[in-house]
Design a binder for this molecule. Structure first.
Ligand code: ATP
Length: 566
């Protein structure tokens, strides 16, 4: 397939903000893609070259792109940077440059999608001496065959910033429209869509979803669970009281501690143990001790466990807040030292695969029995989550107080009959915690401070999600510490945000939406100032969420619900 065909589709998608129109455009493209042998091209639709479960990142910096553009066009780095400052998007800059350049080029090869995939895929493999040159030559090879439109999207793909507003939900709907006939959809569009979503949630691989959908209605009914590949976790709802909790999940319910740690999916196949976060990142190397605990204290040939990793203090044996152990998730060096300083305990609260069998559709009470059978309780190493089963509100309340006293965030109440739904936020369980007024939001812009804080980004515009869009919901400048030793400081946040800056205007910068923070607020007001139509009053950043991405942030619906509640 010609790369220009894909780029035309990108272009149309960028120009049409309407979700319905995007679905139509994309489904037309997917109809063409159905005829191709190489279904991996679908990764490029979302600006990727690897499946979502893969840990590989293209990892090309703005600097390298500037260099490659300079090589391809003959312009100096400085000239390109100046254009970039003005336009704010290196993709657009390369389009403009190539337009001019192409007038002088008499001959260039047609670029096809396979070549784009091939070259970009080689980039993360390169290491050691001469890496930069090799990367440059792979990129230059593509750029020299590219027309201006292709250059625009090549660069955006390299920078993982496609800017065409296609979410997973839009891709799913387009895929359904492209792969199933009108009569099939008339019969049961919802079921087909749910099944397609299910395959994505259990495989995190659009190629697999597309291949199955091409085979028809029966093929998408079967999900494939495979230990070793990360799957999307099930998420829960929020309730304000224990009685509301019982109303939602039924009586009796299982109630367990809501640990203040981070989600860890523990996968064991015949050969090895792998650990994933809820962002599908492979963190096996960062947590060698967990592998040992699993080997020693969990029975079974193959399994997938859902768990919360929680830090504790070696001296006091008290649990520590997530913030204190979060650095272990990303750390690539000094692993052993950190392991000693910041030990974690694994609390297993679900099992979705055991000895060759998927347990997704087994009722939770049976899954819990399996946990208790296979996970040996070894305090401060690994254990089934602390839980009771009760229909008594007083007992539930006592357990809640015990959890808080213990330093936990609150409790989870769970429906004993429910299946496990990967990737969905469903009412099969609810969380109940004392401090309710907080949302995870993503930083989309920031402002440099003045005086003593000059040179540091000290005020942040945060956004919630609404399908394919990010909507602003306020500016936050409090909650952060002056000194890095005191906790999350604006200096630390500045260091994290600076590499993500995509545009600069005066003191304000626009950043790629990658940094998720928890924002506590007093209440929500309607506001014309922000694109969400709401503003948080007295917002305060309380922590960084390196385990979250922009797909995990609060949705506009949740904000509305909270607004109506207060
Ligand atoms: P939060 O920010 O409150 O942790 P969330 O959006 O990450 O919420 P939810 O599904 O709403 O996710 O809340 C449950 C979260 O709490 C899980 O994602 C998990 O990381 C954590 N957790 C801690 N203990 C448990 C438990 N016993 N059972 C399920 N989840 C637990």
């Amino acid at each position: 397939m010609k790369y220009s065909e894909l780029c035309q589709t990108y272009e149309e998608l960028e120009k049409n903000p309407s979700r319905l129109k995007k679905i139509e455009i994309l489904s037309d493209f997917l109809k063409k893609l159905k005829k191709e042998d190489n279904k991996e091209i679908i990764y490029l639709v979302k600006g990727k070259v690897f499946p979502d479960y893969s840990n590989k990142e293209i990892g090309i910096s703005d600097k390298l792109v500037v260099k490659a553009l300079s090589k391809a066009s003959g312009l100096s780095d400085k000239e390109i940077i100046n254009k970039w400052r003005k336009i704010g998007d290196l993709g657009k800059v390369s389009e403009d440059i190539m337009k001019v350049k192409k007038q002088h080029t008499l001959f260039s090869k047609t670029l096809n999608v396979e070549k784009v995939l091939e070259n970009i895929r080689k980039l993360p493999e390169l290491e050691g001496k001469g890496t930069i040159e090799k990367k440059m030559s792979l990129i230059s090879e593509l750029l020299t065959s590219a027309n201006s439109l292709e250059a625009k999207y090549l660069i955006r793909t390299l920078l993982s910033d496609l800017r065409i507003g296609v979410s997973d939900g839009t891709l799913r709907d387009a895929l359904v429209k492209a792969c199933f006939s009108e009569s099939e959809l008339k019969e049961d569009k919802k079921e087909i869509t749910d099944n397609v979503q299910n395959i994505y949630d259990t495989s995190s691989d659009w190629k697999q979803v597309f291949e199955k959908a091409c085979k028809g209605v029966q093929a998408v009914k079967k999900t494939v669970l495979e230990p070793g590949k990360p799957i999307k976790v099930m998420l829960f709802l929020k309730e304000n009281s224990i009685s509301d909790g019982f109303k939602r999940v039924g009586k009796p319910a299982l109630i367990d501690y809501k640990y203040d740690g981070f989600r860890m999916m523990i996968n064991k196949d015949e050969k090895e143990i792998k650990l994933f976060t809820r962002r599908l990142e492979n963190v096996t190397k960062q947590f060698p001790e967990v592998k040992e605990y699993v080997k020693e204290y969990v029975k079974g040939k193959t399994f997938i466990l859902d768990a919360e990793a929680v830090g504790y203090d070696l001296m006091t044996k008290k649990y520590r807040p997530f913030q204190e152990i979060s650095q272990r998730i990303k750390r690539k060096y000094d692993i052993e030292k950190l392991q000693k300083e910041l030990p974690i305990e694994i609390n297993v609260f679900d099992v979705i695969y055991y000895n060759g069998e998927s347990l997704l559709n087994k009722p939770f009470k049976e899954r819990r029995k399996i946990i208790e059978k296979i996970v040996k309780k070894e305090k401060f190493k690994i254990r089934p989550s602390e839980a009771i089963i009760t229909d008594d509100e007083i007992k539930a309340r006592e357990f809640y107080l015990k959890a808080i006293e213990h330093g936990e965030e609150g409790i989870m109440m769970k429906n004993l009959e429910a299946p496990y739904k990967p990737g969905a936020r469903v009412g099969y369980g609810v969380k109940i915690k004392p401090e309710d007024n907080e949302f995870d939001l993503v930083i989309i812009r920031a402002e440099y401070g003045t005086g003593k804080r000059a040179g540091w980004l000290t005020s942040y515009t945060v956004a919630c999600g609404d399908k394919d869009n990010l909507l602003e919901i306020g500016k936050v400048s409090t909650g952060l510490k002056e000194k890095e030793s005191e906790g999350l400081s604006y200096k630390e946040l500045t260091k994290k945000l600076k590499p993500l800056v995509s545009e600069e205007k005066g003191r304000e910068v626009k950043v790629k939406p990658e940094i998720v923070v928890t924002v506590v607020y007093q209440n929500i007001q309607k506001s014309p100032t922000y694109s969400s139509g709401f503003a948080l009053r007295f917002p305060r950043i309380t922590r960084l969420r390196p385990d979250r991405s922009k797909s995990d942030i609060a949705s506009l619906d949740e904000i509305k619900r909270d607004y109506l509640k207060h």
